[in-house]
Design a protein around this ligand. Structure first.
Ligand SMILES: [Zn+2]
Length: 113
């Protein structure tokens, strides 16, 4: 049974999936730190909403998928007012918060360096 070729195929599959998951967890997309010039306190009125996964998706208007978990978003962005959502599902809420505050500070949505 142990050397059954089908079992080996399952092992290879599991290793591939595990590698993809680890790569995703380590990828910049999941914990992308903003460039230094946007990585500072928001100078205006900042509201931080900590919401559960479902409310985060509703507020952020995002479409989650198997490979995309919505960790947060920046909603209202003017020079004097910003509303940030941080999801309970965020693995690194402090990183998500810094990321979204950087959007409040003018970091474009496509995350240029
Ligand atoms: Zn972003």
């Amino acid at each position: 049974m142990f050397f059954n070729p089908d079992f080996n195929r399952v092992k290879v599959f599991v290793v591939i999936i595990a590698t993809i998951l680890i790569a995703m967890m380590c990828s910049k997309a999941f914990a992308q730190m903003p460039p230094a010039r946007y990585d500072h306190k928001f100078p205006g009125n900042l509201t931080v909403l900590r919401l559960d996964r479902v409310e985060t998706v509703k507020r952020c208007g995002s479409t989650p998928s198997l490979f995309r978990i919505v960790f947060g978003c920046a909603l209202v962005m003017t020079k004097t007012r910003c509303v940030v959502v941080v999801s309970d599902a965020s693995w690194h809420p402090e990183v998500t918060l810094r990321h979204e505050i950087a959007h409040c500070n003018g970091w474009p949505r496509d995350h240029p360096p």
